[in-house]
Design a protein around this ligand. Structure first.
Ligand code: ZN
Ligand code: ZN
Length: 493
């Protein structure tokens, strides 16, 4: 007896193969059979004729580890058809992987959850961040032991980004840490040191470090950030293509031309990596240096009218103001407004901000079309961990990628499904993202005229038309509404 029979849907199985009209039978949490099941008895039958049946989406680039206590997290994922997530990207997160995974277990999520070990926070357990220096070789063994402990607790890879103490790690120190991941066959996810001007050198640095350490590389949110760097996108792709001949390399991409990061991104790393930004902003000299940095950002990337402040720490500035509007409200110039908003925020990050038109839309398309690109959201929660930041990428990345591919026909859609399911799962050694005999039954039934939902104007709207989501054989969302099922598990590797 099947627990669930999904009858007559058009199956995209995650492999990239052409779709076929078949029945899918589920029992005891797994796909029992794919084929003609018209005679099979089942406890529940879903008529899926004319609908698409897909594996649940596997979102390998998220920051959901930062909001595990938010009760809305499961529904947030399920409404988008996401059934597996990986947190701990960009070198952000808890250095205690065992604790992070235990927190996920306590949260009893409705989706599967895995985590990366963030290198910056890990190395801060060995070298005090306030010392503002790279680790010395005598400290490498302790750093390597910390990385090993995190990976052996079940982290599915390591991550790095230019935030916080990560930026203090020099190539030798990074190499020492990465060798530990290489030994365990786990990948390195890197938010490159530079994604705008200087991104070619930063890409080469990541490729070289990964090659020398023998570690698989996942380049996070591939992009050329800021108009001045758009001309540098092709050379970056060429350099990745060349390295792919003898290195294991993939990228992840979200399908939007606006980015989202801390407002403090406008300030150079050198002024904040050691955690001393708050103190520096209190001195005339530090403020002057910060001013020069912010002016540089405005000319290199974009002006203050394109930066949307999502979590302003000053009461006078409403959420969703541009930095230009914030300046007007405060009666000061935009550089000063940025510095004040950053200084007023507890961690001097300034909270999250959207950077409009950061990417060339044609390059976003090109990145999505790379055969080695995974679709991933890079969703981040708000600082209080009780909501998701209002960028449409956190609400509609997968629907948007699917909608875009579907317009190009079946083969493109099959490939887009692969890039959102089996391909990213395999990169991290997760046995997820396929619909085949014996696979864990994470699957979706979607109406082909589903709607994407979120837009820049309405960034927190969910897609419409995702009718059924099954996680580990249990119906987790029915007719678009989450059920009380909590069948997600913590994935350790
Ligand atoms: Zn990042
Ligand atoms: Zn990220």
């Amino acid at each position: 007896m099947l627990d669930l029979l999904i009858r007559g849907g058009t199956l995209y199985d995650g492999s990239g193969a052409a779709p076929r009209v078949v029945d899918v039978g589920v029992a005891e949490g797994r796909v029992r059979e794919v084929g003609d099941l018209s005679e099979a008895p089942a406890r529940e039958t879903i008529e899926a004729a004319g609908k698409w049946v897909l594996p649940g989406f596997v979102d390998v680039h998220t920051h959901y580890d930062l909001c595990l206590a938010w009760p809305g997290l499961s529904a947030h994922c399920l409404r988008q058809g996401i059934t597996t997530v990986i947190g701990g990207n960009c070198g952000l997160g808890d250095p205690d992987t065992a604790a992070a995974l235990a927190a996920a277990e306590r949260a009893r999520l409705g989706v599967h959850f895995a985590v990366l070990a963030p290198l910056g926070p890990l190395r801060s357990t060995v070298v005090p961040r306030g010392e503002g220096r790279p680790a010395s070789p005598t400290e490498y063994p302790a750093l390597q032991a910390a990385v090993a402990a995190a990976l052996d607790a079940g982290a599915v890879g390591v991550s790095w980004g230019p935030y916080h103490a990560n930026a203090l790690m020099d190539p030798a120190e990074l190499g020492a840490a990465l060798s530990v991941a290489a030994e365990r066959g786990k990948p390195w996810c890197v938010h490159r040191r530079k994604e705008g001007v200087g991104s070619l050198a930063a890409t080469e640095e990541a490729l070289t470090l990964a090659r020398d350490a023998g570690v698989g590389l996942q380049i996070s949110h591939l992009k050329a950030a800021g108009r001045l760097s758009w001309g540098g996108f092709e050379p970056v792709l060429e350099c990745i293509d060349a390295a792919r001949r003898d290195q294991e390399i993939a990228v992840d991409v979200y399908p939007y031309d606006a980015s989202l990061t801390y407002l403090s991104a406008v300030i150079p790393e050198a002024l904040k990596a050691d955690g001393g930004l708050a103190e520096r902003l209190k001195t005339a000299e530090g403020r002057a240096a910060a001013r020069v940095g912010v002016e540089g950002w405005f000319s290199e990337r974009m002006g203050p009218e394109w930066i949307v402040v999502l979590e302003p720490a000053l009461r006078e500035v409403p959420r969703g103001s541009t930095l230009a509007e914030a300046a007007e409200r405060l009666g000061i110039d935009p550089v000063e407004a940025a510095l004040r908003l950053i200084a007023a925020e507890r961690e001097t990050t300034g909270g999250w901000a959207i950077y409009r038109e950061m990417m060339d839309p044609a390059q976003v398309e090109a990145a999505l079309d790379l055969p080695y690109a995974a679709v991933a959201s890079d969703a981040v929660p708000e600082e209080n961990g009780q909501a998701i930041s209002a960028h449409p990428r956190a609400f509609a990345t997968f629907a948007r990628a699917l909608r875009r591919a579907a317009a190009g026909g079946e083969a493109r859609l099959a490939d887009a499904v692969r890039k959102a399911t089996a391909f990213p799962a395999e990169r991290f050694g997760l046995v997820r993202g396929r619909i085949e005999d014996g696979a864990v039954a994470d699957l979706l039934v979607i109406s082909p005229d589903f709607e994407e939902g979120a837009t820049y104007r309405e960034p927190t709207a969910y897609p419409r038309g995702i009718e059924l989501v099954v996680v580990a054989g249990e119906v987790a969302l029915r007719e678009g509404e989450p059920t009380p099922a909590r069948a997600g598990i913590v994935l350790r590797r």
